[in-house]
Design a protein around this ligand. Structure first.
Ligand code: RFL
Ligand code: PHB
Length: 407
């Protein structure tokens, strides 16, 4: 492997050169670009959507303590610190009764609500603020020469062909990107699990019903009450996999949410105009290894978890933290050992988070293939987890986020 080279990004005609080429400007690509910049490593980020599109795409909302600390420590968390909503626990509702998991008491940590699109806005502003390259609306992205010392990213920009010659490429282009499919089929193994349901999600102009998230187990299916601000609620309902959103009037959505979350002294679901609605698929998916030649896969490009544990964006941030450290060791000290162990290091954590996301999904959803026995078993497990300190602690420890690197 070639030793470290000086930092430079040259543009000549349609060709560019950089140290790390980053495909995708989601949380993974933008956090990686930021960490590399702080380490004095050049990168070029390319994104196939527009800046407006990625800054308004409604997705995740919950950040683990470790993710938010990373953003704050690296100077990207200024607005987040002002606007975030810190949660020291969460509520579980089952058999119509509310129970609380107190993270602070159990594991001494918290989580926070800060919308993914807001984080993306902050990271785009940080990157453009230091004048680093970020190309939006590129087309026909393709990767080449991944096995050799000078891998390339080819794409079209405003109709013109472009090429970036890199030392390394980070595939941060999400589940539907081109990076993962650039790895030859015999060099990568897929692991996946499909779930027999989906989530219907809404954004409503209504104050949150409770000060923290409410995860609800109900005979009719799972429901989750989360939030984006003191005046904006985000709510999810388990629905059929093949559900057509057109069949869900606002009235029907509120009726179903009321039914599933009902019960308990003084309970009243906070309601308001629905400003957005959509259906989200549920899937568990991972690849091994997360590297091929000089291509490193990170975030949703390498793994997907069902949203029940609120882990996808956090996993993306954990991956790129490992990758940034490995690249820094290479450029500063010529070390290649951390790059060689990137996939192994990430996968140790990825599989623990896969397990947790699958487990929380299995615990709280209604599976039509299961019977009354299984419903009783689920309820007994939730009862155990909310009444045993040992049970509650293991849930809290995973939910607030496992250590970033599992040493
Ligand atoms: P992203 O965010 O998908 O970013 C990939 C970027 O790559 C671009 N791209 C390309 N660019 C160039 N060339 C190509 N050929 C390209 N193909 C694609 C895309 O346009 C995009 O900008 O992946 P990344 O960075 O790995 O981040 C992953 C997270 O976005 C994802 O895991 C989370 O949103 C998952 N998730 C949650 N995660 C959490 O940590 N906490 C949560 O509370 C949480 N809630 C959720 C969620 C995901 C949800 N949906 C919609 C799937 C709730 C929902 C409903
Ligand atoms: C969200 O705020 O969108 C959210 C929170 C927790 C989850 C999933 C989504 O488990």
């Amino acid at each position: 492997m070639a030793g470290p080279r000086r930092s430079f990004a040259i543009t000549s005609g349609h060709n560019m050169r950089t140290q790390v080429g980053i495909v995708g400007a989601g949380p993974a690509g933008l956090v990686l670009a930021h960490l590399l910049h702080l380490a004095g490593i050049e990168s070029i980020v390319i994104e196939d959507k527009s800046r407006h599109y990625i800054e308004h795409r409604l997705r995740a909302g919950l950040l683990e303590q470790g993710s938010s600390e990373l953003l704050i420590e690296t100077g990207a968390g200024e607005r987040m610190m002002r606007e975030r909503m810190v949660h020291d626990g969460l509520y579980i509702k089952f058999k119509g009764e509310l129970h609380r998991l107190d993270f602070r008491d159990l594991v001494g940590k918290s989580v926070m609500i800060y919308a993914q699109q807001e984080l993306v806005k902050d990271l785009v502003a940080v990157r453009l603020g230091y004048g680093a390259p970020l190309h939006f609306e590129v087309a026909n992205v393709a990767l080449a020469d991944l096995e050799g010392p000078r891998p390339k990213i080819r794409f079209a920009e405003k109709g013109e062909p472009r090429e970036i010659e890199c030392d390394y490429i980070a595939g941060c282009d999400g589940f539907h990107g081109i990076s993962r499919s650039s790895v030859p089929a015999d060099k990568i193994t897929f692991f996946d699990r499909d779930y027999p349901f989906a989530w219907l999600g809404i954004l409503a102009e209504a104050p949150p019903t409770k000060d923290e998230l409410v995860y609800t187990h109900h005979e009719r299916g799972f429901a989750l009450l989360t939030m984006r601000s003191p005046t904006l609620s985000r709510l999810y309902l388990q629905c059929e996999k093949t559900e057509d959103i057109a069949h869900w009037s606002d009235e029907r959505i509120w009726d179903e949410l009321r039914l599933r979350t009902a019960g308990g002294e003084g309970w009243k679901l906070s309601e308001g105009p629905i400003v957005q609605k959509g259906i989200t698929d549920m899937r568990s998916f991972a690849v091994e290894p997360m590297q091929y030649g000089r291509l490193f896969l990170a975030g949703d490009a390498a793994h997907i978890v069902p949203p029940t544990g609120a882990k996808g964006m956090n996993l993306a941030i954990a991956d790129v933290r490992v990758l940034a450290r490995a690249l820094e060791a290479f450029y500063k000290a010529g070390r290649t050992d951390l790059l060689a162990s990137y996939s192994r290091t990430c996968l140790r954590r990825v599989w623990k988070v896969q397990r947790f996301s699958w487990w929380m999904t299995s615990l709280l959803h209604r599976f039509d293939t299961e019977n009354a026995f299984d419903r009783r078993r689920q309820l007994a497990e939730i009862d155990y987890l909310t009444s045993s300190r040992a049970g509650a602690t293991t849930w809290a420890e995973n939910y607030v986020g496992l250590p970033m690197e599992w040493d």
